[in-house]
Write a new protein. Structure first.
Length: 310
């Protein structure tokens, strides 16, 4: 009876290439790959070898293999992800961008790993603009199930530095969009969701909703929210009180505007705070007319100076 040698299956060969690389090293994996007949080396097998090169940061060999796969029409989303991961590991975001652009031009679909690799690469480089672009791409892709935890998880679970900033800015953009659409209820829900995450409190998000309240003349809601924040031991920055000052001044309620102006002066954080020149002038004139020259002078020194330097 003759014993036939079992036919090699590409899937099994691909797994073996990966296993040999992990256990015996890249050199042995290459020897095994080269020993295989050409008819077995399909996209799975080449893809496995490419991933081994990418994992071991063997740039020249990975690029040569990828080029060969392109010539044979073998490049898939998984193969491109291997190259993206390689460039992420070596910190070459220029080549990473080039690979992503090529995927788009070739009509290769992007999956979550594609976006996550790019997101982590930009996070490592503290490239906020790059991270924003990736998250925008993800949100535009209807096949991806996005939630707010995605932003933290995709950035390595780090809620500080670049990852924190991108999370904040993306959340702020949505709140801002709802406010512009006059969907205050939707903005309130997003604000509540933001607070429920138990992340470090940042006034940039609530300030948008406070400004919307003030613009619409709903001072009761605006002041109630600020009181709620104060009750938690948090101190609003001057920029929060500026929304009140501006809105009251527009309604010609200068006395109330001046009351809020005093809170601006008392606030510790005055960063990014700017007042409309006519509002500032009206408040200063009101104070002088009522004999409070000291406060008028303090406001002039504080906000007049800031306005000139912004």
């Amino acid at each position: 009876m003759s014993h036939r040698k079992p036919k090699l299956q590409p899937a099994g060969v691909a797994v073996h290439v990966d296993l040999v690389s992990r256990v015996e090293g890249l050199g042995e994996a290459e020897k095994y790959f080269n020993s295989m007949p050409e008819d077995v080396k399909n996209l799975q097998v080449y893809g496995a070898l490419l991933n081994c090169y990418a994992t071991m940061k063997s740039v020249e060999k990975a690029e040569a293999t990828a080029q060969m796969m392109k010539q044979r029409g073998m490049m898939t989303t998984l193969s491109y992800n291997s190259m993206l991961n390689l460039y992420k590991k070596i910190g070459d975001n220029e080549k990473l961008d080039r690979v992503y652009q090529e995927m788009k031009e070739m009509g290769i679909a992007c999956d979550k790993p594609t976006y996550y690799i790019r997101l982590n690469a930009y996070a490592a480089a503290s490239d906020i603009d790059g991270m924003e672009k990736v998250l925008k791409n993800m949100e535009e892709n209807s096949s991806l199930n996005m939630d707010w935890n995605t932003y933290v998880i995709a950035s390595g679970g780090n809620s500080k530095g670049a990852a924190w900033e991108i999370l904040l800015r993306m959340y702020a953009s949505l709140v801002n969009a709802l406010v512009k659409l006059d969907d205050i209820d939707g903005a309130e829900k997003l604000l509540a969701e933001w607070e429920s995450q138990n992340l470090s409190f940042d006034f940039r998000i609530p300030n948008m909703v406070i400004e919307a309240y003030c613009t619409k003349g709903d001072f009761i809601k605006a002041e109630a929210y600020v009181e709620q924040v104060l009750a938690k031991g948090k101190q609003p920055p001057a920029s929060t009180w500026v929304h009140f000052v501006t809105a009251y001044a527009k309604k010609n309620e200068i006395e109330k505007a001046v009351e809020m102006m005093k809170k601006c002066v008392a606030a510790e954080d005055k960063s990014g705070c700017r007042l409309d020149e006519s509002t500032l002038k009206s408040c200063i004139e009101y104070l002088k007319e009522n004999g409070d020259f000291k406060m008028a002078d303090e406001i002039e020194k504080t906000f007049g100076h800031m306005n000139r330097h912004q």
